[in-house]
Design a protein around this ligand. Sequence first.
Ligand code: MD6
Ligand code: FE
Length: 216
Amino acid sequence: MTADLFDDQSPERMAQPMAPGAMLLHGFALDMQASLLAAFEEVIAQAPLRHLVTPGGYTMSVAMTNCGALGWVSDRRGYRYQETDPLSGQPWPQMPDAWRELAVRAATEAGYADFKPDACLVNSYQPGAKLSLHQDRDEADMAAPIVSVSLGLPATFLFGTERRADKPQRYRLLSGDVVVWGGASRLAYHGIAQLPDGGHALTARRRINLTFRKAV
Ligand code: MD6
Ligand code: FE
C-alpha cells in the first residue's frame, strides 16, 4: 500500500488488501447505512428472518433470510439455492436497487467488473451468535466474487485459506464496511466470532450482514 494511493481518503475509507482477490473496503457504505437499513425492514417484512437447521440437525445461531431471484437455504436435506421462500412458498423479495447498486460499485472498486448478483443472503446476529468456519461453495460460478456489507454492531471476521486447518486471520468489521472476495480467495474458509454484547445507534443489539452472490 502506497501513501499517494490513499492521500485523498480518510483512514475510514481505506481499501485494505486481505489476501489475493480479497479486499476490505473500510467505510464504503458508511453514508448509505440508514437507507440500507430501511430497505432491510421491507425485506424482512416479506421474508422474515429465521434460524435455519443444518443438514446435521443443528439450529444456526444466526437468523437468515434472502432477497433476489435466488435464496440460500439449509435444512435436513442439505444446502441449496432456491427461487422460493420455503416458509411462504412465494418468490423471495426483490433485491432493493440501492443494495444491488452498492454491491456492483464495491465489486468494481475491488477489481471485479461486471458483477451481476442474483442472490442476497441477509444475516442477523444478536450477541452470542456466531458463524463457524465455512466455505461459500454452493454457487455455480466461482469466477464471480462475493460482496459482504456489515451494518450495526462490530464483529470479528475470521479469514483463513482453502485449508480448514490453517489458522485464520482476524479482521474487525464495523458498520459500513464492505468485504469483496473472489479470485484466489473465493474458497477460503471464513466465519464470524461469537458476537460480543453491545449497542449500536442504528441497529440496537444486532449486527446485520448482507452478502451478495451470483448463485447461477
Ligand atoms: C458475515 N459472511 O459477515 C458472514 N461469506 O456475517 C460470510 O459468510 C461471507 O462475509 C463470503 C464472503 C464474505 C462474507
Ligand atoms: Fe460465507
